[in-house]
Design a protein around this ligand. Structure first.
Ligand code: UD1
Length: 418
């Protein structure tokens, strides 16, 4: 298994190109199943999760090829309705196959999901929503089997929690259903809006994406499409925090500052100088940072996917702060590893209490999930001495060219095979 070795203490300075959003690309790629025609998706990041999605589409029967940042789906027919364990276990977002396949074929059998080890992460909201559209559901031998016995019918769905994945799955199913579907307490994340833009370009009728009520009028058929994925706001936030933690100055290009308001606001309050343009953000360290509390929540609140990185920053920001996680249970696996760098952090329930110190020292650490991995890389970049980070396959699921981008900014970082 590969490892990353970092010699910390270098100020990061320069420009970084932000990649397309993983979390927007995945539902869009699964959405290509909704048409038999050709599709082109641009600005797709080269990541393990994207490769899994492409393999999945080919397995299902939609001939799909990825070259650089472009994914091309070809005219296809005769899809399979089975999502096997070997593909689903690699990536939780594989459950997004349910909506499109149910809409297209009237049935789908999906192995129960795997993915990042952050809490129980059930799929009850996905299933309750699809049931409201007419699916009959059975769970058997580790598979969820859905059958609509004909075309899905529009329905009224109200989520008890604004789940991103469940909102996407229902959108992907309802676009081809008969009649109107309303989703109340829908997720408002930018990735939901991007999915709606993509679906509408295919001929779907989706309104309200980005607000808490989405209305979908089903159509009979969807056509080919060309679409470019939005920039990755979580990758961008990670580089903003890299500038803060290394006392550096980083210009982020191909980014969407308006998707990052909550993170930018916290960084500004802590003392970072931040300039924003139409598609860039310049983050500059101009003096000692002040601790800032955060509470993760659904968009436009502070993203849970940037919680671990904030813990790394607060462990090096002198003074006390609180980091509260409200979206996932058990999303603090990075804390035990941050302690190995010498950080002063304590978990109590869903809150981390940080008492920031002057410096961390390099250490051998292990990645438990994607964003925990980002936090460990950030801590290693700032720590004195050498760190060896193992189980980095988690990072390859979500950060395109991570070492290359960081090296260009001046980091002493390399990947070694072991
Ligand atoms: C997506 C993102 C992930 C991000 C998360 C929250 C993708 C591929 N992943 O994950 O990076 O951290 O949004 O912004 O886009 N829940 C249920 N029942 C369900 C579904 C979810 O109880 O049926 C719970 C989850 O356990 C969790 C919370 O709802 O506690 C949020 O999950 P959700 O918004 O669905 O996240 P994902 O779509 O899995």
């Amino acid at each position: 298994m590969d490892k990353i070795i970092v010699k910390g203490g270098k100020k990061l300075e320069g420009e970084v190109q932000i990649s397309g959003s993983k979390n927007a690309a995945l539902p869009i790629l699964f959405g290509t199943l909704l048409t038999d025609d050709e599709v082109t998706v641009e600005n797709v990041p080269s990541l393990a999760d994207v490769n899994t999605a492409v393999s999945f589409l080919n397995f299902i029967g939609k001939k799909t090829v990825k070259k650089g940042g472009i994914v091309q789906g070809y005219k296809s027919q005769n899809y399979r309705h089975i999502a096997p364990y070997d593909l689903v276990r690699k990536m939780r977002a594989s459950v997004l196959i349910m909506g499109p396949l149910l809409a297209k074929l009237g049935k789908v059998d999906v192995s129960l999901p795997g993915g990042c080890a952050i809490g129980a992460r059930p799929i009850d909201l996905h299933l309750e929503g699809l049931e409201k559209l007419g699916a009959e559901i059975e769970v058997e031998n580790g598979f969820v089997k859905l059958n609509s016995k004909g075309r899905l019918k529009g329905g009224a769905i109200k989520f008890r929690f604004a789940s991103v994945g469940a909102t996407e799955n229902i959108m992907l199913a309802a676009v081809l259903a008969e009649g109107r579907t309303t989703i109340d307490n829908a997720a408002k994340e930018p990735e939901i809006k991007d999915l709606a833009v993509f679906l509408n370009k295919m001929g779907a009728k989706v309104r309200g994406a980005g607000t808490k009520q989405i209305i979908i009028d089903g159509v009979e058929k969807l056509g080919g499409v060309k679409h470019s994925v939005i920039p990755d706001r979580i990758e961008a936030a990670t580089y903003l925090i890299a500038a803060a933690i290394t006392k550096g100055k980083i210009l982020l290009k191909n980014t969407e500052p308006k998707h990052l308001k909550s993170v930018i606001e916290k960084l500004k309050k802590s003392g970072m100088k931040i300039e924003e343009g139409a598609d860039f953000i310049l983050a500059q360290w101009i003096g000692a940072l002040k601790p800032q509390n955060i509470i993760t929540s659904v968009y436009p609140g502070y993203p849970t996917d940037v919680q671990a990185q904030w813990c790394a920053l607060m462990s090096l920001t002198k003074g006390k702060s609180k980091i509260k996680e409200t979206v996932f249970e058990n999303r603090f696996m990075h804390i035990a590893e941050l302690l190995r760098f010498g950080a002063n952090l304590r978990i109590d329930g869903n809150t981390v209490y940080a008492d920031g110190i002057e410096s961390l020292s390099g250490a051998p650490v292990m990645v438990s999930d994607l964003r925990a991995g980002a936090a460990l890389v950030l801590a290693a970049l700032a720590a004195k001495g050498k760190s060896v980070i193992s189980r980095i396959y988690h990072l390859d699921r979500g950060y395109e060219c991570l070492e290359k981008k960081l090296r260009k900014l001046g980091a002493d970082i390399k990947r070694v095979k072991s």
